[in-house]
Write a protein that binds this ligand. Structure first.
Ligand SMILES: NCc1[nH]cc(CCC(=O)O)c1CC(=O)O
Length: 330
């Protein structure tokens, strides 16, 4: 564990708040943004404390080391021990079960939730030739990409890859792959959105539940800190990701297939009058997808968002999601 002071500490000021972060460039970039926002709101210095997680250390495929949660556990352990005061997670990496000792004090405004393509020669997805090698370790992405490719009469090959964003894009630059699929939000936060060659619309590939959003977490007993962090909360993002994660939790109870979900607000003219929740589950080979959508009135309460997710999950399970089995974790 190493500590890097990131903000000037004025004499006589309160001790810095310790923000635990993973060591990856993406984790540090998103933690630094939150650190700056907290320092500005709270008038209190924030220092980043780097913590190595099992997911960062292991070279094994994510599915072999337990799938979701591997990036999160070490940060949560540090929170529970009191080594750090708060942590920033990519919301899509958080397991749906919330430990009761910890609280998500803020969900800041979400970035672009979509998946994007970084391909050789500026290619869009639809322009990839037959046999193109597309890198992703995500069964959710592979299911939807294979289904879309088949729909336009194209035969692509999915190559399982993992590693950080640099490593993945490196496979394209080095010619081993024709394209890789990544989250727009991660590239934006690293200042690398200029490398994107195609943004995949949610109608083509639904993102992971919570993709593009962050969760700012602290110990539940630390009510003053939770109140301070809550100033960063964006209520619209919070209800959207609550609906997406409610759908995920309800589907996890009945099927092991990969899940995509996105909640957004629909406007009738200038007036936002509905929240739409779209969900998909499928087999990793894309041969079967169950994709449904539902809407509910706004404003959306926390309970409404949970109900919308559960309602869509039960419709998806009834339409065949229950029989689907995923081969790989997200
Ligand atoms: N699976 C790792 C991960 N977790 C969060 C992001 C991107 C940032 C986000 O979705 O908020 C990524 C990288 C990726 O999927 O390209």
């Amino acid at each position: 564990m190493t500590t890097t002071p990131t903000t000037h500490v004025p004499e006589g000021a309160a001790r810095p708040l310790r923000l635990g972060t993973r060591r990856s460039a993406l984790a540090k970039a998103q933690s630094q943004r939150v650190a700056d926002a907290v320092a500005a709101h709270a008038g209190r210095p924030v220092e980043l404390v780097e913590i190595t997680t099992y997911g960062d250390r292991s070279r094994a495929h994510l599915a072999q080391i337990g799938g979701t949660g591997v990036f999160v556990t070490a940060l949560r352990d540090a929170l529970l021990r009191g080594d750090i005061d708060f942590a920033v997670h990519s919301l899509k990496d958080l397991p749906t079960a919330q430990p009761e000792e910890l609280v998500i004090a803020a969900v800041p405004r979400r970035e672009d939730p979509r998946d994007v393509l970084v391909a050789r020669d500026g290619l869009t997805f639809d322009a990839l030739p037959d046999g193109a090698r597309v890198g992703t370790g995500s069964a959710r992405r592979s299911a939807q990409l294979l289904a879309h490719a088949r729909g336009i009469g194209r035969a692509i090959r999915i190559v399982p890859v993992r590693g950080n964003i640099d490593t993945r894009i490196g496979y394209v630059r080095g010619g081993e792959l024709d394209a890789v699929v990544l989250a727009a939000a991660g590239l934006n936060r690293l200042g690398r959105s200029g490398e994107v060659t195609d943004a995949l619309s949610a109608g083509t590939v639904l993102p992971a539940p919570g993709q593009g959003a962050l969760a700012v977490e602290c110990a539940a007993v630390n009510v003053d800190l939770a109140a301070l962090l809550a100033e960063l909360d964006d209520p619209g993002t919070r209800v959207a990701v609550t609906a997406e994660r409610s759908l995920l939790a309800a589907l996890e109870a009945g099927c092991t297939a990969p899940v995509g979900a996105l909640a957004d607000l629909l406007a009738d003219g200038q007036i936002v009058n509905e929240m739409r929740l779209r969900g998909v589950v499928g087999t990793a080979d894309g041969s079967t997808l169950v994709q449904l959508s539902t809407t509910g009135p706004v404003p959306v309460s926390h309970q409404d968002a949970i109900a919308l997710g559960r309602e869509l999950a039960s419709e998806m399970l009834a339409k065949g999601a229950a029989g689907l089995m995923g081969e790989r974790a997200l």
